[in-house]
Ligand binder design. Structure first.
Ligand code: SF4
Length: 208
């Protein structure tokens, strides 16, 4: 995609980066910040853990990235883009090497005097609430829809049918990648997809 759509150059903007397959919020921010020296909060697991401990006094960040985390990280980011990129790397390294998940080295930590989790005596993390994940709108539902469409047509289905089955392009592509990787769907090389084996031979004209 970079070659075909961006003239061989890694895109500069977050939105363009996010359209690349496999590039999510974290990766897009990391590329924009570390490679292009832009000012973006880069929230990987290590950064989220450090900020959670220092700012919120909690042992660990919530399981999913929250609006509050994004806002807090953006507020802390230095105004100068170059300094912001360095800051992000520094916090990431601090989380990887000093403020580790299981054995933080607080004596060696430059944030020890302002760390709320340390000041509070290292309270244990709250037990996660068990919730049944909703099915509506999930990747699982998307996979099911796509697989049902492919199953209905032994000769393979075209891009239009797949798009009609699931509108969100990123989720659809992700689900298709997963189905292909799991051997449940076979790409026919022209934007169409089919069940493995049978459909391929039909597609190639080797089957009646
Ligand atoms: S003082 Fe300890 S818990 Fe707090 S940020 Fe530093 S290493 Fe992590």
């Amino acid at each position: 995609m970079i070659t075909d759509r961006h003239g061989g150059q890694v895109p500069l903007g977050l939105d363009e980066l996010r359209t690349l397959p496999g590039v999510g919020e974290y990766t897009a921010a990391a590329i924009a910040s570390f490679a292009h020296r832009q000012r973006h909060a880069v929230l990987d697991t290590n950064v989220r853990r450090v900020l959670s401990r220092v700012i919120h006094g909690r042992a660990a960040a919530p399981s999913g990235l929250t609006v509050a985390e994004r806002a807090a990280a953006a507020e802390l980011l230095p105004a100068d883009p170059e300094a912001a990129a360095q800051w992000s790397v520094a916090v990431m390294e601090l989380g990887a090497l000093v403020c580790t998940a299981l054995a933080p080295s607080c004596e060696a930590c430059p944030l020890s005097s302002v760390c709320r989790w340390r000041a509070a005596g290292y309270p244990a993390p709250e037990a996660p609430r068990r919730r049944r994940p909703a099915y509506e709108g999930t990747d699982r539902q998307c996979r099911g829809r796509l697989l049902a469409v492919v199953r209905e047509s032994p000769h393979g289905v075209g891009r239009d049918a797949l798009e009609a089955a699931w509108a969100d392009v990123r989720q659809r592509e992700r689900a298709l990648d997963g189905l292909i990787a799991d051997g449940l769907v076979q790409p026919l090389g022209d934007g169409r997809a089919a069940l493995p084996g049978v459909a391929t031979s039909r597609h190639l004209g080797q089957d009646a």
